[in-house]
Design a binder for this molecule. Structure first.
Ligand SMILES: Cc1ncc(COP(=O)(O)O)c(C=O)c1O
Length: 452
């Protein structure tokens, strides 16, 4: 068994950490090495126990150490740990899970699932299925993708090309051709000076329509967006936005892809983000909450329109020459089934809605109390704090400030995620009010100390 000293030293020497500069990680006291989880709590190798305000990485939705999920994994390992889905091969847990997902997402019109190993895979699959669909139905010029500024769709070249934040693209350019970005409905900062949310929703929907017309509707394959933008900084659209973009996509026959990697399975307070806005997309992408991160898993669902286009085509354009060795991994799929039963039986979306409101109401007064907080916003248990250096100009806070806030919060017993000038909060959806209070108090201590 590795000692705390061993893991600290070897992390510094041998690991490359995602999404960060490597230099500070050479200091063996910097990384937080988490070794245990129970419910909403995590414990590091030094024995510090914290409420996990990040929920793993917005994926541990039903909490840590759930016996039902561990048992399902063990049972599957006893049967067979791996079997492929390529060609005509298949396996029982993947079939059972595709059936369960089709039932759960029936109100959104979803019929079939393509499995993968995570959110980036699910997005890559959605982009590829969109292109193969249009080729399949004879509209071979429809290859372009439109997405939102501020959007995050993972880190494969396809997903990164539709990402709407420079930081995720810049060091990897040039990106995939044919990807275009339009304004997101970001009320706190928008280029139009609009302060009414619904008005902004209408204007941003119009901007999408103009971009489709500018590109030529017969060249646009799909519009892809998150129902609530997550990594881009918790941008909650107004209620009119998604219904309007659905109308526009329908008008120009552009596929609407709802990236539900974060919002799927209750995060926004309803089962799916698209349901929060009362919209039926053409495709939905899932990962994270599908099995709460017990084993890597991603899924891309399609509706009947796409199913028909793919099934009815008899030439090679109907071929889906795309897939992963771990598509439909039996252990990952087996873990998802009890996870989704917990989501339904414990009405996890309802808990997310109620606790999310409690959490928001506790954090909203921070805007008046702290001069470094410009905005607090969120939907369900997906919340964000936007930090500013100056409230008048809204100049963003130095990212180092957020790192310091997170470090103090950890000492106070709460893990929170600092991302640029935003603090992102996405705890397990099983959290209760007392556990939320731990996070709120930790942030209160941190801002009280640093907000000078
Ligand atoms: C909305 C969204 N899409 C896709 C992804 C990529 O998922 P993964 O990190 O599992 O590849 C993420 C990751 O956070 C995400 O937030």
């Amino acid at each position: 068994m590795a000692t705390p000293k061993f893991v600290k030293e070897h992390n510094a020497k041998h690991m490359i950490h995602p999404m960060t500069h490597q230099a500070p990680l050479q200091d063996k006291n910097r990384p937080k090495i988490v070794s245990q989880g129970e419910g909403v709590y995590i414990t590091d190798v030094d024995g510090n126990k914290m409420v996990d305000g990040v929920g793993g990485l917005w994926n541990v939705n039903v909490g840590y150490n759930r016996p039902e999920i561990k048992q399902a994994i063990m049972d599957q390992l006893d049967k067979i740990h791996y079997s492929s889905l390529f060609g005509t091969m298949t396996n029982e847990p993947a079939i059972e899970l595709s059936h369960k997902l089709a039932q759960m997402a029936a109100p959104e019109g979803m019929k079939r699932t393509f499995f993968s190993s995570g959110g980036s895979d699910a997005i890559e699959t959605a982009l590829r299925l969109a292109r193969v669909y249009w080729k399949s139905v004879g509209q071979k010029d429809r290859y372009k993708f439109i997405s939102l500024k501020g959007g995050y769709h993972g880190t494969h070249f396809g997903g990164a090309s539709i990402n709407g934040n420079t930081i995720y693209r810049r060091n990897f350019e040039p990106m995939l051709p044919g990807c275009f970005h339009v304004q997101n409905p970001y009320l706190y900062r928008n280029p139009y000076g609009i302060t009414d949310h619904e008005e902004l929703g209408e204007v941003c929907a119009k901007v999408l329509e103009e971009e489709i017309l500018f590109q030529g509707p017969d060249t646009v394959a799909a519009f892809i967006a998150e129902p609530v933008q997550g990594a881009g900084g918790l941008i909650v659209p107004p209620a009119n936005y998604w219904p309007r973009i659905r109308e526009i996509c329908t008008k120009y026959d552009v596929l609407l892809v709802s990236d539900e990697v974060v919002t799927g399975f209750g995060r926004t307070g309803t089962m799916f983000g698209a349901r929060t806005w009362g919209v039926k997309p053409d495709m939905m992408t899932f990962a994270k909450g599908i099995n709460s991160g017990y084993v890597p898993l991603g899924a891309t669902m399609i509706n009947e329109k796409i199913e028909k286009g793919l099934l009815e085509n008899e030439d090679t354009f109907g071929m889906i020459m795309h897939g992963y060795t771990y598509s439909g991994h039996p252990v990952a799929c087996a873990a998802a089934i009890p996870n989704l039963e917990i989501v339904e039986n414990e009405d996890i979306p309802a808990n997310s809605a109620v606790r999310g409101e409690y959490f928001y109401n506790k954090l909203a007064p921070f805007i008046d109390r702290f001069k470094s907080i410009g905005d607090v916003r969120g939907k369900g248990l997906m919340l964000g704090i936007e930090m500013v250096a100056d409230k008048e100009t809204k100049a963003p806070q130095d990212p180092a400030f957020g790192q310091q806030i997170a470090a103090i919060a950890q000492k106070e017993g709460a893990m929170v995620r600092a991302s640029g000038h935003k603090i992102i909060l996405s705890p397990p959806l099983t959290i209760n009010n007392e556990e939320i209070d731990v996070i709120v108090n930790a942030l209160d201590v941190a801002f009280s100390e640093l907000d000078r």
